[in-house]
Design a protein around this ligand. Structure first.
Ligand code: SF4
Ligand code: SF4
Length: 1009
């Protein structure tokens, strides 16, 4: 120690005092901001499992290693940061005295060896990460880059600081060796030893190296203290908490069930929710829970989520990374206003900083930075282009961005710090649906059909058992053939698609036949089934979900009355129903043993109750598409593959499979929405499948385990076949593969054949096709059969295709209510629906069941029945629901906000004529719905809090009476479908201006893999 080293040491200490102060001010800002979020007490415990899971996840880097090279490199940097901090603090002493080391362990050989590993590990690790970032830099046009949109300045800063830190560890130690301060054995300094040989013997040099090492850390503290949005730096601290507090313990993370809608720490139920008091989803940044704020803070901008997102990869404006970053930037920008006590009501008027007279406290507001006040006036979700054009601030999240999500969970699965994107997206959708009534017009039809008919297609409930009449064996129906669960092992939950959709019905029949062959005692609910509500929930209509769930749970309670919990078994073919029944119904009091049909069939094969016989060797080539709600959301990956193995077909995996499987595009209620931007996701997936199958002379099939996937993939294959690709490729359910194998073995149903002879002719024709599966494309054959039996009003899937004619672009069932048929073109109509779609307004007591009059009548499928927006008998509490701003008529556009995508009329061939009439999409204001202006709809969104809403309020109300007419006109425009045609898929709509979140230049061309 000498005067110079003392001076160096003193400089280091003084600078560090400033840096630590700035750093802790940043910590305080972050903690204070996180505390602005809603309470959520569900994540605190159990302490030990959460802690141990967090330790395993960070020490084992279990998420990071999914990108292998990054995994080990990041692990080295992380350990270098945690343990290397001891070496960094040691530099305080070393600047004063080059001989300084930690007492007790600082001079031990073990510690010197560890220090050696830390130094070299940090340098090697960060160099690898730096190279990877450059190799993936989006500067090269057309390059796939998960870093598109990430803040590079922050990343570069962190990388260089880490590199200097690592070099500092090495150089200080090498300096000590070269100057004789330390003489460690070579095994403790295998690399530093050689560096030391190149250095002079100088104690001063040791102090200088130590000061550089110290100051590099200080710069880091100073900068991140000032930049609280630099998640790439802050995740070093916040990631531990984020992982500890993740929603679900174990591998599910925030997958499986959707997060219940919560406000103020309590779960909202429609019986007692009050929009005056409760936050319905997230309409403002402070509506997110503290865990949401922690998520936003923790995002490292690594872009793993983005790289897996089907929306981003097909050219949609949604990137889960950019969405989280936008929420983060907005949150921290608005935080000063919120921390000062600012608060706005739903109309955008200041209610937080007000004087005794109730007027805004201008003096208090003036103390808030203008930027924060402006940020507070930003709307959370809106049409970016329109708002900017109108001179308003762009919304935080663009409308198209929000509704592009398929809830596939790929982002959550990949995120190394367990950010819960899907929860946040659903919460924002909830607000849009329940409060703002702003949602894609196609969903209006979906909500109405679910409300009125209990299924997305608006079919009659009695038609749920049509398929039962189309099979050769007995299928016991609860209430018809059985009045209790006695003697049965499984309830076979058929699901809406499985009951109504022709392609999905093949799966239903195959599973029923297999259960029959294996002598499994099961029954079905028949008419008693109602949609599980999965689509409603993922679309944000939480109360409609709750209503449907309660209805089903009542049925289950009746069926399972007196049956022990462990015997309440349900087998499901739909991955969405599977997820809802097994993961979401427990949230509303329904607890059952739910298995997916692939799991049960696999067990039956293992138990030799089903014995498939292999096809001629090599005659069948299969690739398997993992349904997101079976795979990622529920980790069922093996059962379907084992079944394919049992069928002895040759399975070739697609590049994206298992936990990285690409969504088919149907989840998150996207099944019912049009896809106007970029490449269609189902086409992207089918392209991958066709590439995988290649060309060959064998029978080629794409197998899956979900009716939604099956419909989407079939549409995609059909589209490609129309352009000459994928000739002969067929989309099947795994159950059909097994059934084919079992039939090859000659197995016959174990139960009695039907006694009733009155089988409809068409049903018999269908069965004939089913019994000759290998001969012809099983998907198409039934559609060319005789007219469909007993389907009133709506054309079932067969009706989508003119008999003997070319298949229409839109497939599947025609939908009542003007909703989009899956895979079909957009239904006409306006965005949103005045009434939120829920059958019961929150806060209202449960209403009497909706009037059933329309349900059974064939005429129910006509426009006349679908036009009324609200069925009679529903109890509607005006407050909080529906009318944005109290000025917008239901279904009408907001003034000055024309919907860009002109509603395209369904092609005549796509559905039965009666169902798609434009009138269905011009929902009249529900009779008797009293529109209460209070607290509704911050339509303008741009007004700074504190300022009184001025002139815009008046114009907003003007167009309201005219809006329905305008929408009807638009609906009637004879515009061709814009997206269902294959050519639209080949060239993604690059001209579509990215909104809101901005896909930066250099982003991968949409749709390019
Ligand atoms: S859930 Fe899927 S579609 Fe939605 S943001 Fe995540 S990866 Fe994208
Ligand atoms: S959300 Fe997660 S995966 Fe996506 S960029 Fe942020 S840290 Fe990475």
């Amino acid at each position: 120690m000498n005067a110079t080293t003392i001076t160096l040491g003193t400089i280091g200490v003084l600078i560090s005092l400033v840096c630590w102060a700035v750093f802790f001010s940043g910590v305080w800002r972050i903690i204070a901001s996180i505390r602005l979020g809603q309470r959520d007490g569900t994540r605190n415990g159990p302490f030990v499992p959460r802690l141990s899971q967090m330790i395993v996840e960070f020490l084992g880097h279990t998420k990071m290693v999914k990108f292998r090279t990054v995994g080990w490199a990041h692990w080295l940097v992380m350990i270098g940061f945690i343990l290397g901090s001891l070496l960094w603090f040691e530099a305080y002493g070393e600047t004063f005295d080059p001989h300084f080391h930690w007492p007790l362990f600082g001079a031990t050989h073990v510690w010197l060896f560890i220090a050696e590993l830390l130094g070299w590990g940090t340098v090697i690790g960060i160099l690898v990460l730096m190279v990877i970032r450059q190799l993936n830099h989006p500067r090269v046009p057309g390059r796939m880059s998960r870093f598109s949109g990430s803040v590079f300045s922050a990343a570069y800063f962190v990388e260089w600081v880490v590199l200097i830190e690592g070099l500092g560890m090495i150089m200080v130690k090498a300096g000590k060796i070269s100057s004789g301060v330390e003489e460690p054995p070579i095994w403790t300094s295998f690399g530093t030893h050689f560096v030391a040989k190149a250095l002079p013997a100088s104690l001063m040099m040791v102090s200088v190296f130590a000061l550089i090492k110290l100051l590099s850390g200080m710069i880091w503290l100073f900068m991140v203290g000032r930049k609280v949005t630099w998640g790439v730096a802050w995740h070093r601290l916040s990631a531990f908490f984020n992982i500890y507090f993740k929603r679900e313990l174990g591998s599910k993370r925030a997958l499986g069930a959707a997060k219940p809608m919560m406000s103020g720490g309590k779960v909202l139920e429609m019986e007692d929710a009050d929009p005056d008091v409760d936050a319905f989803g997230a309409g403002k940044i402070e509506d997110f829970s503290w865990k949401g704020w922690l998520d936003f803070t923790t995002c490292t901008e690594c872009g793993r989520c983005q790289s897996q997102c089907p929306a981003w990869n097909t050219g949609k404006p949604l990137s889960p990374k950019l969405l989280i970053m936008s929420l983060r930037d907005h949150g921290f920008a608005k935080a000063p206003y919120l921390l000062a006590g600012g608060k706005t009501d739903m109309a955008g008027d200041e209610v937080g900083l007000v004087g005794p007279d109730g007027k805004p406290d201008e003096a208090a507001l003036a103390k808030i930075p203008a930027a924060a006040r402006a940020e507070a006036g930003r709307k959370m979700v809106g049409e970016s282009a329109e708002m900017i054009e109108a001179g308003e601030l762009a919304p935080v999240i663009d409308y198209e961005t929000l509704w592009s999500c398929t809830s596939c969970g790929a982002c959550v699965e990949q995120c190394p710090v367990d950010i819960e994107h899907v929860d946040h997206i659903i919460d924002m959708r909830r607000y849009q649906v329940l409060i703002e009534s702003e949602f894609p017009s196609e969903l209006a039809g979906l909500f109405k059909n679910l409300e009125n008919k209990g299924n997305p297609w608006g079919q009659n409930s009695k038609d749920r058992i049509n398929w039962v009449n189309e099979v050769e064996f007995e299928v016991p129906v609860y209430g018809r053939d059985a009045d209790s669960f006695d003697g049965y092992e499984y309830l076979f939950w058929v699901g809406c698609a499985g009951a109504y959709e022709d392609r999905a019905k093949k799966t239903t029949k195959a599973v029923a036949e297999l259960l029959n062959v294996a002598a499994v005692d099961y029954l079905v609910l028949g008419e008693g089934e109602t949609c599980t509500g999965d689509s409603a929930r993922r679309a944000g209509n939480e109360f409609l979900f709750q209503q449907l769930a309660m209805q089903n749970i009542e049925t289950f309670n009746d069926l399972f009355d007196g049956v022990p919990q462990e015997r309440r078994k349900i087998v499901v073919t739909c991955a969405h129903c599977f997820n809802a029944l097994s993961n979401e119904y427990p949230q509303v009091g329904g607890h059952y043993e739910v298995v997916h049909h692939t799991q049960l069939l696999n067990k039956l094969v293992r138990d030799k109750r089903l014995i498939p016989v292999a096809p001629v060797e090599g005659s069948e080539q299969i690739t398997y598409h993992d349904p997101c709600f079976l795979g990622r959301h529920n980790q069922v990956y093996d059962a379907p593959r084992e079944l394919i193995g049992a069928s002895a077909a040759t399975l070739t995996e697609m590049p994206r499979h298992g936990e990285r499987s690409l969504c088919c595009g149907a989840g998150g209620a996207r099944m019912w929405m049009e896809e106007n931007i970029g490449k269609r996701i189902n086409i992207e997936r089918v392209d991958e499948a066709l590439d995988t199958l290649g060309s060959g002379t064998t029978t080629q099939k794409i197998a899956t385990g979900c009716p939604f996937c099956r419909v989407m993939l079939t549409d995609g294959v059909t589209a490609r076949q129309e352009s000459g690709q994928g000739e002969g490729v067929e989309v099947v359910d795994v159950a059909q593969l097994i059934l084919d194998g079992v039939r090859r073995g000659g197995a016959a149903p174990t139960k009695e054949l039907k006694k009733q002879p009155a089988k409809p002719a068409a049903a018999a024709a269908t069965t004939v096709v089913e019994t000759a599966p290998a001969a012809a494309p099983a998907e198409e054959a039934p559609k060319t059969a005789a007219p469909k039996p007993a389907v009133k009003g709506l054309g079932m899937a067969g009706a989508a295709k003119a008999p003997g004619g070319a298949k229409a672009p839109g497939k599947g069932l025609g939908m009542a209510g003007g909703a989009k048929a899956p895979g079909g073109a957009k239904a006409p109509g306006a965005k949103g629906l005045g009434l939120a779609g829920g059958a019961k307004a929150p806060g209202a007591k449960k209403a009497a069941p909706a009037a059933q009059a329309p349900v059974e009548a064939p005429a129910a499928e006509t426009p006349a029945m679908e036009t009324p927006a609200k069925p009679a008998g529903l109890s509607v509490k005006a407050k909080g629901l529906g009318m944005a701003g109290g000025a917008k008529a239901p279904g009408a556009k907001k003034p000055g906000a024309p919907k860009t995508a002109a509603p395209a009329a369904e092609p005549a061939s796509e559905a039965t004529p009666a169902t798609e009439a434009p009138a269905a999409e011009a929902p009249a204001k529900p009779a008797g719905l009293s529109v209460k202006a209070k607290g509704l709809g911050m339509a303008g969104g741009a007004k700074a809090p504190g300022a009184r809403r001025s002139a815009p309020a008046a114009p907003k109300s003007e167009p309201a009476p005219e809006a329905p007419a305008a929408e009807t006109q638009a609906a009637e425009a004879p515009e061709a479908p814009t997206t269902a045609t294959p050519q639209a898929d080949d060239k993604p709509a690059l001209s579509v201006k990215p909104k809101g979140l901005g896909m930066r230049g250099g982003a991968k061309p949409p749709g390019k893999r």
